[in-house]
Design a protein around this ligand. Structure first.
Ligand code: SIN
Length: 598
């Protein structure tokens, strides 16, 4: 009842826009079919001016419209309702554009359900007309027309993709003195980094020192190389290790808290830095970077997909890009440097089926934005690819879901058992080995089992409970009964014995911080799912994109998951964020210097 009330209030408060359509059909009046939309509802109240600046065009970011929403209704934090079970206004996505979900003249989109399957929200104006998404196709004719028409705008550096790598590149380029435009195709920034659950691997930080952790650059490199089956580009790994501590210092200087430390799979010591107090690392870093970019006036443009990198005829250096904006259509923007920070291709079914056919039916933990755009853009202009077919399956995605059950759960103490309740591998092995081992079990899924001590230690686990993913019982025997894991009691008894002696006689697990003795006991079903695409655009240590002859394509840089070589055949937990920060910063500085010396 309460929920319905909130929805009704929301209907009354919701935002809208008038006759401004995605095809730039400015000033058109709302059509008859539009009459159930948010826009029509608001127009009836006060006309188009209630949402739009009638003297100006709607920008792709819909900044004016969203400011109007907030002025009338408050921002997401104001609209949060602690009584709701799943409150979309206070989600891990942070304060995002209202128009991400509440569309002015078409069916609303409940963005959360791109990953979740919440059933109980009736979106206001759900029966408004359904329109084709503005970004359905890449229209080659429109791209060519924009190139022929020439640039409508000029800048020094264009950054493509506003996740961690893109923000780090943009802020760094801006601080180096360049004019920067940051294009993001989604209606809000964050990309896949927004979902990062692990942390940032760094060596030689004050945080490690404070905890008395002995570590070294050599160990960092060795661990990453071993985890990557020695197929990584060692020069890139060396840079990532050497500049990791500086990356932590940089994030802290921008306002992040990276004070908690944990040990991730494949690492020999605790070097995964994360916020203290249990906050998830991805949202924390992204909110820090969003705020920093805003305070430094980085020109972030949402709903803007880059669809072509344009090269100069004479020397094949970068001339700019063609960007497809939700409202502005196709335009060429000139720049001397472009940084690709578009992420991987974990959500592009065709690319997965092509490069890694055995994973084609797997779920993915990735954001819907991870569609391999940067790989396509770079390939088209002759960039070389490294390890493009190496895709990481994370062993513990909630079965039949897209929700990652973080490696932290095993790191902190959970055991992993098959559907009979038997352990089958050292839980802290690398992801590829753990995934392979699960797929060899008879039901091709597994359970993570833990007790209340772990729930108390890790806030994120309460999140899984909240999402209804956990089975719960007061005794191990009861848990065995409700899950059908008949051998679970003997397994737990043996594990507790190993934990007490510090020696895992079954699988040689060397870190067993918790026993399983404190009720209630919990279990969550997990299966491997696509998590990271290790391969991508080939880069130099300076983050320059390389052509098929391994020479830099002048003015083109790349950082983060769009690149290949850093992680070899298998990425270690905590190395994705390290990669995005270290190489994002390098790409930004180098792109700016290149542009400024032209
Ligand atoms: C995890 O926490 O399991 C994922 C972290 C990562 O991918 O680095």
């Amino acid at each position: 009842m309460k929920r319905r009330l909130v929805i009704l209030i929301f209907v009354a408060l919701s935002i809208g826009s008038c006759g401004y359509h995605e095809d730039s059909d400015k000033q058109a009046q709302p059509s008859i079919e539009d009459n159930k939309s948010l826009g029509a509802f608001h127009t009836e109240m006060e006309g188009c001016a209630i949402c739009h600046d009638e003297t100006a065009e709607v920008t792709d970011s819909e900044t004016y419209e969203n400011t109007q929403c907030i002025e009338c209704h408050g921002d997401s934090a104001d609209l949060g309702n602690p009584e709701l079970e799943y409150d979309p206004h206070t989600s891990h996505l942070g304060n995002i554009n209202c128009t991400s979900c509440h569309k002015g003249h078409e069916t609303p989109q409940f963005y959360c359900n791109n990953c979740h399957s919440f059933e109980h929200y009736n979106m206001p104006f759900a029966d408004a007309v359904k329109k084709e998404p503005w970004d359905k196709d890449w229209n080659q004719n429109a791209i060519q027309k924009a190139i022929d028409a020439g640039p409508v705008e000029e800048t020094d550096v264009i950054v493509v993709g506003a996740g961690s790598a893109g923000f780090n590149a943009s802020i760094s380029a801006h601080r180096t003195g360049a004019e920067v435009i940051l294009f993001e195709k989604a209606p809000f920034s964050g990309g896949n980094s927004m979902l990062a659950a692990g942390g940032f691997n760094a060596v030689g930080t004050p945080q490690q020192k404070k905890k008395g952790i002995e570590d070294s650059i050599e160990w960092f490199v060795e661990d990453a190389m071993k985890g990557g089956r020695y197929q990584n580009d060692e020069a890139l790994v060396q840079i990532m290790a050497e500049e990791s501590a500086d990356g932590i210092k940089w994030l802290v200087s921008l306002g992040a808290n990276m004070d908690d430390l944990k040990r991730s799979g494949g690492a020999r010591v605790e070097r995964t830095h994360r916020p203290s107090g249990g906050a998830s690392v991805g949202p924390h870093i992204i909110m820090t970077l969003r705020a920093a970019a805003k305070s430094e006036n980085v020109d972030l443009r949402l709903n803007s997909r880059v669809e072509k990198i344009v090269l100069k005829e004479e020397d094949k250096s970068v001339a700019g890009v063609v960007v497809h904006g939700k409202h502005s259509g196709y335009n060429m923007v000139a720049a001397d440097s472009v940084v690709l920070a578009t992420g991987g291709y974990g959500m592009n079914k065709e690319m997965i089926a092509y490069y890694r056919p055995t994973f084609k039916d797997m779920t993915s933990s990735n954001n819907i934005t991870a569609t391999g755009d940067g790989i396509r853009l770079a390939k088209e202009i002759g960039a070389s690819m490294t390890d493009i077919d190496w895709v990481q399956a994370h062993p513990t995605i909630g079965k039949d879901s897209r929700i990652l059950i973080s490696e932290t759960v095993r790191g902190v103490g959970a055991i992993m058992v098959n559907t009979d309740g038997q352990r089958f591998i050292n839980e802290l092995t690398t992801r590829d080995r753990a995934s392979d081992a699960i797929l060899k079990q008879k039901d091709q899924y597994a359970w993570l089992v833990f007790d209340t001590q772990l729930i108390e230690k890790k806030k994120m686990v309460r999140g899984y409970d909240h999402l209804g993913m956990l089975q719960k019982a007061n005794t191990i025997e009861q848990l065995a009964e409700i899950t059908g894991m008949s051998s679970l009691p003997e397994t737990v008894e043996a594990y507790n014995r190993f934990q007490a002696t510090g020696k895992d006689e079954a699988f040689g697990r060397d870190q067993m911080p918790l026993n399983l003795t404190q009720p209630p006991f919990y279990a969550v079903r997990v299966a491997p799912g696509i998590h990271h695409t290790m391969g991508g655009v080939a880069i130099s240590v300076e983050s320059e994109v390389l052509n098929l002859q391994s020479y830099p394509i002048l003015g083109l840089y790349a950082a983060g998951e769009v690149t290949g070589g850093v992680h070899g055949y298998n990425r270690l937990g905590g190395n994705a964020i390290a990669d995005t920060v270290v190489f994002g910063r390098r790409a930004g500085v180098n792109a700016a210097q290149f542009a400024l010396t032209k």
